[in-house]
Design a protein around this ligand. Structure first.
Ligand code: CAA
Length: 257
């Protein structure tokens, strides 16, 4: 039997997805996107989802882009359908109600960078390389890069990257805000374990509420977004989590969420 193109490990609701096509540096083809859609359908129905970590198989690449071999012969209509599938899938990943974190373990190019941009945050190994090199292939980013990249790093830097196709290292990615942290590749696992521990120690409803407030608020004007925050903040006080969290503080013990 052939190996799954997406591997999933569920650790008490912290789900690790690994894109597993190392022979093509984990490039995103229709098979990977379809497998990812299937995983998302399961994650959306997960009764106890706490976080999602996404990474690439092997030590060389997170995702080296959309699959060029598959795209090469596409007509405009077929390209539209391919991009449509990717955009839909990436949007569903972004819309999961829990933190989605990219563990960028190497090349993070084109569609790979666009996948990482749809995650709530990204951490990178110090050998990671980022870029939107589509112009070198005669095309533009098609999996959301022209929209999510400027929202994360600003329009000037986004066009710098998209128009030149230049690749940047992890240090520059950190400097421009594309990733939150950089560490030696050997430490990515420890980071993932530590993050899992931190998230498992926090109130799950509160973590979801923080994501919802930030995500939904970003698309609104400030007053509406602040009103959203107030509603979500108030809602916390209808939960056992708030009672337990604040009681634990006062009683000088660890909360048990
Ligand atoms: N699609 C398909 N196959 C890919 C791929 C991709 N995006 N990236 C790498 N591969 C394949 C290579 O063809 C090669 O396969 P073979 O062994 O069968 O020849 C294998 O992965 C290993 O790659 P290299 O031998 O090239 O490895 P390298 O270390 O010499 O170079 C690299 C690594 C710089 C990442 C180089 O592979 C590369 O430039 N890849 C393409 C990166 C790219 O242009 N990405 C953007 C794609 S377009 C896109 O994503 C559009 C969009 O927005 C939707």
């Amino acid at each position: 039997m052939s190996e799954a193109v997406i591997e999933k490990v569920d650790n008490d609701g912290v789900v690790r997805l690994t894109i597993n096509r190392p022979q093509a540096l984990n490039a995103l083809n229709s098979q990977v996107l379809t497998a990812l859609e299937k995983e998302l359908t399961e994650l959306e129905a997960h009764p106890n989802l706490r976080a999602v970590l996404i990474t690439g198989a092997g030590e060389k690449s997170f995702v080296a882009g959309a699959d060029i071999t598959e795209m090469r012969e596409k007509t405009p209509e077929e390209a539209r359908a391919f991009a449509g599938q990717a955009l839909r899938t990436i949007k569903r990943l972004e819309a999961l109600p829990v933190p989605v974190v990219a563990l960028v373990n190497g090349f993070c190019l084109g569609g790979g960078c666009e996948l990482a941009l749809a995650c709530d945050w990204a951490v990178a190994s110090d050998n990671a390389i980022f870029g939107q090199p589509e112009v070198l292939l005669g095309v533009i980013p098609g999996f959301g890069g022209t929209q999510r990249l400027p929202r994360r790093v600003g329009p000037a830097m986004a066009l710098d990257l998209c128009a030149t196709g230049r690749k940047i290292d992890a240090t520059e990615a950190l400097r421009i805000g594309l990733v939150n942290r950089v560490m030696p590749q050997a430490e990515l696992e420890a980071y993932a374990d530590e993050l899992t521990k931190q998230l498992m120690g926090n109130g799950p409803r509160a973590v979801r509420g923080a994501k919802q407030a930030i995500h939904d608020g970003m698309d609104q004007d400030l007053d509406s977004a602040l009103a959203l925050e107030t509603s979500l903040f108030a809602l916390c006080f209808a939960s056992e989590e708030q009672t337990e969290g604040m009681s634990a503080f006062v009683e000088k013990r660890k909360p048990n969420f």
